[in-house]
Ligand binder design. Structure first.
Ligand code: XMP
Length: 524
């Protein structure tokens, strides 16, 4: 069994970052809610308690049952986690005396502590707590302090329990990665053998065992997740996997053909279904964004289902679900409201009566890309920007028509190709810690939007009255928040010129400089 570290989530906004940092150390970890502790098998090498928006002194403060953990397994409490251990094991937490937010300088008091091995005596840490640990829990001693907070880190003697008031997982804690490595690889003794190659070997073996000789169907979208899932399954069960790639008539210029060719080159058993006409028919006169999404989503389900019915004896539906989609979140402020209906093919599994297999369920997005790279998938495919299921259908504001699709496709093609051809010296958006190949690679998502307004211009000696194209380029980590990219002026000048000169029907180009929130990435 893969060795792992269990992260118990008390609802902090940065809990996922703890997971990310451990995975970067090639240590497998899982995030579970504080009140749903899974069975602790021998493969669990240690436990981390996350931060929380609560104070331990709140009436409704989350309480975890650590009876099978504390003193039995290495344990690291972070922020709320540190206060929780203190509060429940003989210490005392109180408010307001030494609130600390933001950067602070940590001084290591116990230089022999394995938690600080290889770390500087003083280094910057990130604090975010209103409460402070006034009295340490039983048998505990201070191992690091800041100017304002004496008990910034402690260790309980006689057991491998450590606690830190600061957040080692956030970027601003300069030596946080070293401290987390000390905990996971040193104190917990993890081997750090969770690599893309080991993931591939283990996953292929378990898929073989799970699926045997069964037939599996998978919907390919051209996106990273479904592509990597397909290649993994293909490695495990070969021709028993049938992939279905639907041309909804709303894809980017030449996208369907190019991506289909790549899939075939990779040896995937893939059926390409041309059904653009059907989608366009269903979109006729539909102008409301949500109605468009629903029309596209339900047509997709019908097309996919009809195609899947032709595959005799299929028992499984494979999906490219990834870890952020399955982490059960600790609800702190009640369920979040739905802003757009993103899960447009949500009804598919129920309708098809197939069992679900999700080979990427345990991976973060950048890990999916690394696995894709280890599987030998072309960089153009695994470095692709996210693209919404309803495709260009939600980038043409208002009714979708053939003519508008032609305009948007041509403009989009110019923008995307120009991004790919523009050199830059920025970090890659797809692989943290690596440099981007070009401007495209440094951006999380980019595209063009066709606005439903015409405006006046001049072309030669004539007055024109044509459409406006908006360019959108954002950086983000998960699409939940996003910032607009500061594209170079020379780049924007060139793209604007190219679009206006080459795309018939456009006489104006704008750049969207809104962040999310309050704007969204897509305009519909
Ligand atoms: P928004 O517009 O909500 O988009 O800021 C966040 C991310 O989600 C993508 N998106 C969708 N993906 N179906 C999808 O599969 C949808 O209906 C949909 N709407 C938005 C969007 O491209 C961005 O990456």
């Amino acid at each position: 069994m893969q060795e792992m570290i269990l992260i118990l989530d008390f609802g902090s906004q940065v809990t996922q970052l703890i997971g990310r940092r451990l995975r970067e150390l090639n240590v497998y970890c899982e995030i579970h809610p504080y009140n749903k502790i899974p069975t602790l098998g021998e493969n669990v090498k240690g436990v981390i308690l996350s931060g929380s928006p609560f104070s331990v002194r709140d009436e409704k403060a989350p309480i975890a049952d650590l009876s099978n953990i504390k003193g039995k397994l290495p344990l690291l409490g972070i922020c709320y986690g540190a206060q929780f251990i203190s509060q429940h094991f003989g210490g005392e937490v109180n408010g307001s005396i030494a609130r600390e937010y933001g950067r602070a300088m940590l001084t290591v008091v116990d230089e022999q502590s394995p938690l600080f091995k290889g770390a500087s005596k003083t280094s910057q840490v990130w604090m975010s707590h209103g409460d402070t640990i006034a009295k340490l829990p039983e048998r505990a001693r201070v191992i690091a302090s800041t100017d304002d907070v004496e008990n910034a880190a402690y260790k309980i003697d006689g057991e491998e329990t450590y606690a830190v008031q600061f957040h080692p997982e956030v970027f601003h804690t300069k030596e946080g990665p070293q401290m987390l490595a000390n905990f996971a690889l040193g104190i917990c003794g993890c081997k750090g053998d969770w690599t893309p190659d080991s993931f591939i070997d283990n996953t292929v073996a378990s898929l073989k065992q799970k699926l045997g000789n069964d037939k599996v169907i998978l919907g390919l979208s051209g996106g990273v997740d479904s592509t990597v899932a397909a290649v993994l399954l293909n490695k495990a069960i070969g021709q028993n996997l049938t992939c279905i790639f639907v041309d909804n008539g709303l894809l980017r210029k030449n996208e369907f053909e190019e991506v289909l060719d790549s899939y075939k080159e990779m040896g995937l058993n893939v059926i390409g279904v041309h059904s653009g006409h059907l989608f366009l028919e269903k979109l006729k006169s539909v102008t409301d964004p949500e109605a468009k999404r629903k029309a596209i989503g339900s047509t997709f389900i019908d097309v996919f289902d009809a195609e899947a019915q032709k595959i005799e004896g299929a028992r499984w539906l494979a999906q490219g679900t990834i870890y952020p989609d399955v982490i059960e979140s600790v609800s702190v402020n009640g369920p979040s409201c739905k802003i757009k209906s993103h899960h447009n093919v949500g009804g598919l599994p129920e309708k098809m009566n197939l069992k679900i297999v999700e080979p990427l369920r345990s991976l973060f997005k950048d890990e999916v890309r690394r696995v894709g790279r280890a599987l030998g998938i072309k960089r153009e495919l695994i470095g692709r920007h996210p693209f919404p299921g309803p495709s260009l259908g939600i980038r043409i504001l208002g009714e979708v028509t053939e003519e508008k699709l032609r305009i948007l496709r041509d403009a989009d093609d110019i923008f995307i190709k120009s991004l790919r051809n523009w050199p830059c010296e920025l970090p890659s958006a797809s692989y943290p810690n690596e440099m981007a190949d070009n401007l495209y690679d440094s951006i999380w998502q980019a595209g063009t939007i066709l606005l439903p307004v015409k405006s006046v211009g001049v072309m030669g000696d004539e007055r024109s009255y044509e459409y406006t194209i908006a360019l959108r380029a954002v950086i983000s980590t998960d699409g939940m928040t996003a910032d607009w990219v500061h594209l170079p002026y020379e780049f924007m000048a060139k793209v604007s010129n190219d679009i206006i000169n080459k795309v018939k029907g456009v006489n104006r180009v704008c750049y969207d400089i809104s962040s999310k929130p309050p704007a969204t990435i897509e305009w519909e």
